[in-house]
Design a protein around this ligand. Sequence first.
Ligand SMILES: [Ca+2]
Ligand SMILES: [Ca+2]
Ligand SMILES: [Ca+2]
Length: 165
Amino acid sequence: MKNNISKWEKFTILCLTAFMALGLINFVKTVVEANNAPQPLPFSQNWSNVNLITVDDDWSMVPGIVGFRGDDIVVVTDTDLRTIVADGSGTPVDVNANRSDPDVFNTGGVVEFDGIPNPNIALQGSGTADFAHIVIYLNTTGRTNIQVAYNCSALSSAAASRLYR
Ligand SMILES: [Ca+2]
Ligand SMILES: [Ca+2]
Ligand SMILES: [Ca+2]
């Protein structure tokens, strides 16, 4: 029986299969690294559980919250954060896990400090992490007058601290 598939057709099919497999791997990777399932209200999160984040860039154990690096969401230094409304969810998912050195760690992005008296997460900008931020995914169906509250303070004792929790 004659095989009607040419070498080039075979090559094309192989390439397509490879691309589809790569796409699937990337999709699975995205799902594994992030946890953007909308959470019901009321919702709260504290960071005392040091096992929520154990691997860099992996938010899979934190329901409804993902950190992003915000690359080039803003390009002007000292932009008023209240004016930033751009969607940063297309920027790299980010967290620097298991840190204990807020006074010296200077990598821009989202940071999890679990080796300090009150474990917490922090945000630090840099030339790459222009707008390090977290996104909280909530199911607000049927809800009105939703109130948001959070605690924010300087995490580093350094005078020029840019790390906030
Ligand atoms: Ca941790
Ligand atoms: Ca990272
Ligand atoms: Ca930049």
